[in-house]
Design a protein around this ligand. Structure first.
Ligand code: NI
Ligand code: MN
Length: 223
């Protein structure tokens, strides 16, 4: 599996056959060239959907989102796959499961677009947990108990999501093999020291490796 980072909360996960693009607000050159199989959106805020409608139509990639947000994109002419918190959408590669997140969810015009969410992407049995925009919640442990997590994509920016202290607690609840911090340094308001976060994660002594990615980086997993 390869995990590409576009910056902010934008990732692309692929196994050579299927490509899942998540929250494509920013794209690396590799991501611009790719043909995603699906585009999964955690919520409707502008710093997550980016040009998702345009990409979806141009690349013929359906938008996967909660019911209300999927309807918003269907009205824009996109093919959509809807579901809701707790549900799994099955694919040949595995599944994408909707899990809860603590945040808001509206379109750039201010329209209500349902609950925000995170995703568990299971690709050939390797699981990536993209937490979306969220505060810390104890059920992260329950999510990971149901679906043990290999790679945890975790916001650390503070102000609109968990900050580094709460993200550190989230790592201890989820107990992934690898954590990748996201949703920081895109704007001054969410400036954080990711290297310091990495040190603290590894200082937990629970066998979690922190990988700090920059736009354009690719993580090969298993590492
Ligand atoms: Ni948001
Ligand atoms: Mn955000």
């Amino acid at each position: 599996m390869k995990i590409y980072y576009g910056g902010h909360s934008s990732f692309m996960i692929e196994n050579g056959e299927f490509t899942v693009l998540i929250d494509p607000f920013m794209l690396s050159e590799d991501m611009k060239k790719a043909s995603p199989s699906i585009i999964a959106l955690t919520h409707g805020h502008g710093d997550h959907i980016g040009n998702a409608a345009e990409i979806s139509i141009k690349k013929k990639a359906p938008i996967l989102a909660v019911f209300e947000l999927a309807n918003y994109f269907a009205e824009k002419g996109c093919e959509t796959i809807d579901g809701h918190i707790g549900g799994k959408i099955k694919f040949d590669f595995g599944y994408v499961k909707f899990v809860n997140s603590l945040h808001g969810n509206s379109s750039p015009e201010g329209r209500y677009t349902g609950n925000p969410c995170g995703f568990i992407v299971d690709m050939n049995g390797i699981r990536v947990y993209h937490a979306g925009d969220t505060g810390l919640f104890g059920d992260m442990a329950l999510i990971a108990e149901q679906t043990p997590v290999d790679v945890f994509l975790c916001p650390i920016g503070d102000k609109y999501t968990m900050g580094p202290e709460d993200a550190l607690k989230a790592v201890s609840l989820v107990r992934p093999k690898v954590v990748v911090p996201m949703h920081f340094n895109t704007f001054d308001l969410i400036a954080q020291d990711a290297e310091d976060f990495k040190e603290k994660v590894e200082g937990l002594g629970i066998g979690v490796t922190a990988v700090v990615m920059s736009k354009g980086d690719v993580l090969n997993y298993p590492m």
